[in-house]
Design a protein around this ligand. Structure first.
Ligand code: FMN
Length: 340
């Protein structure tokens, strides 16, 4: 099956196309340090055969956390805990990335910042509109986060520009009503992300993988649509981004009609129009659907979120009849249940 074939990108070989997407565990201590839960949680998916693990949204600034138990990367002291996760997962043959994030107006606490002083909902305090000086400082925090992610040994860095968090707030006219060079036209709203990418590239080695997660639709009048993201993906490709992880929604509370593979069409449109690698995600649980997406080249990778929470050994189960597939040596006697 194509799904379980290895895939080389730059000098990094993924053992298959199955990705564990970023999923917050809300389990770090209040200073953002990783602990034994994170090792066990990510290590299990590495033993379970996942090709690429993306560590949960990790805050580049303390005030940018989604909760007060998010992982953090705003200090050099965070590096060793993250490195322990990296070493563990790599020792089990997985590639490992990290999602860097800033929640902006959807952050935990009272120190909320955003492109404009418009709250996400009445359950969040009114955010402070960022000055140009503040923007420069936040970009610097992303840059330092990239340096630390590299020092921790990650293969991939993913910029969280989706789900209504700070970068998405700059991208979408529903949250960005600035009148300076960071707001207004599509090009100006993209500036913040492009400046973050330029800063990250000063620290993140060119031979490692750079990814951006986007929300392909705001699902609201006046919001971003897939056409905007085709344009954004084109510019990101020109800036050296290797993979777009294609999610949707989050800029404002909205009901999304979901069904198996409901976001695959977005990943496919971006891949076809821009010729950039994409990750498809969203209610993908069945191996047949995952294989269909890869074999028909609708995306280059499939991410299974909640399915991998339910079943860390999804890949092993899916490949138990494929004799050339990875299985942990220690579990080989369990592979063929008709023989003792
Ligand atoms: C517990 C949980 C935490 C999540 N945390 C993040 C996160 O840190 N960053 C992110 O981009 N998406 C996050 N997501 C969204 C997932 O990455 C994924 O896009 C979503 O669950 C849809 O995929 P699925 O239907 O396979 O679960 C989270 C989802 C869950 C269930």
């Amino acid at each position: 099956m194509k799904l379980f074939e290895s895939y080389k990108i730059k000098n990094i070989t993924l053992r298959n196309r199955v990705v564990m997407p970023a999923m917050c565990q809300y389990t770090a201590d209040t200073d953002g340090f990783a602990n034994s839960w994170h090792q066990l949680h990510y290590g299990s998916r590495a033993v379970g055969g996942v090709g690429l693990i993306i560590v949960e949204a990790t805050a580049v600034e303390k005030r940018g956390r989604l909760s007060n138990h998010d992982l953090g990367i705003w200090s050099d002291q965070h590096i060793s805990g993250l490195q322990a996760i990296v070493d563990l997962c790599k020792s089990q043959g997985a590639c490992i990335g990290i999602q860097l994030a800033h929640a902006g107006r959807k952050a935990w606490g009272n120190e909320l910042v955003a492109p404009s002083g418009i709250e996400f909902s009445n359950q969040f305090p009114n955010p402070q509109a960022l000055s140009k000086q503040d923007i420069a400082e936040i970009i610097e925090a992303w840059k330092k986060g990239a340096r630390r992610a590299n020092q921790a040994g990650f293969d991939l860095l993913q910029i969280h520009a989706a789900h209504g968090y700070l970068i998405h707030q700059f991208l979408s006219p529903l949250a960005n009503q600035r009148h300076d060079e960071y707001g207004g036209s599509r090009e100006y709203r993209l500036r913040f992300l492009l400046e973050i990418i330029a800063a990250i590239k000063e620290e993140w080695p060119a031979e490692k993988i750079l990814s951006v997660r986007l929300s392909a639709s705001d699902y609201l009048p006046g919001g971003l649509e897939i056409e905007d993201h085709v344009y954004i993906a084109q510019v990101l490709k020109e800036q050296g981004v290797d993979i777009i992880d294609v999610s949707s929604g989050g800029i404002l509370p909205v009901n999304i009609e979901t069904y198996p593979g409901y976001q695959v069409k977005f990943a496919e449109q971006i891949k076809q129009a821009v010729d950039i690698r994409t990750i498809a995600v969203g209610l993908i649980s069945q191996v047949e659907l995952a294989e269909e997406i890869i074999a028909n080249q609708r995306a280059d990778f499939v991410a299974l979120g909640r399915e991998l929470l339910r079943n860390p050994y999804w890949v092993l189960h899916a490949t138990e009849r494929l004799s050339n597939q990875y299985w942990p040596e220690q579990y080989l006697r369990a592979r063929n249940f008709t023989k003792v």
